[in-house]
Design a protein around this ligand. Structure first.
Ligand code: PRP
Ligand code: ORO
Length: 171
């Protein structure tokens, strides 16, 4: 079975869902269902690792869904990683980015599912505010209707589009 078929079988849900943008959809690709299966996570991490550009210093993952992905890709590549918070921690270190990030670090940001791209674009901004150079955003799935080569000013690539999961984007 192909990797896209495995993702579809593990994670594609049909129903009535509210998305993080507030929009409704008749289907949902539950990243927690593909990212919590160890064999699938390992194979996705290999594919994602193959798309990390040469010369990247560090990986990044958006909380919460992309954390298992970034951990798995870090183990695959040996690259260190940071976790980008959706909102800065309100006590202690008060950080927006957890882990060691140096100004000028070249970063590849991993995302699970891109629907509008808003969350990934916000995370690019957060990393840039901390002085990082975001070389590329790499997602497992891009739900957007048209293929895009950029997101938030960085290069963008996704392993799969809805068509790869056998979903009609118009539904
Ligand atoms: O492209 P967008 O329109 O921004 O939507 C996609 C974002 O929404 C989902 O995260 P969610 O908000 O469900 O958070 P979670 O990872 O914390 O569960 C998904 O994992 C992306 O991060
Ligand atoms: O837009 C979202 O919130 C979203 C869509 C989807 O298919 N899967 C997911 O985890 N989040």
């Amino acid at each position: 079975m192909s990797l896209s078929e495995r993702v579809r079988d593990a994670a594609l849900l049909k129903g009535d869902f509210v998305l993080s943008s507030g929009r409704r959809s008749s289907f949902y690709v539950d990243k927690y269902l593909f990212a919590t299966d160890p064999a699938l996570l390992r194979d996705l991490a290999r594919e994602l690792a193959g798309r990390v550009p040469e010369g990247v210093d560090r990986l990044a993952g958006v909380e919460l869904g992309a954390v298992p992905l970034v951990v798995a890709v870090a183990l695959e590549t040996g690259l260190p990683y940071v976790i980008v918070r959706k909102a800065a921690k309100e006590y202690g270190t008060a950080r927006s980015v957890e882990g060691r990030l140096r100004r000028g670090d070249r970063v590849a940001l991993l995302e699970d599912v891109v629907t509008t791209g808003a969350q990934a674009a916000r995370s690019v901004e957060t990393l840039q505010r901390e002085g990082a150079v975001v070389e590329k955003v790499i997602a497992v799935l891009d739900r957007r209707p048209r293929p895009e080569g950029h997101l938030g000013g960085a290069a963008f690539e996704a392993l799969f589009r809805l068509e790869d999961l056998g979903v009609d984007p118009a539904t």
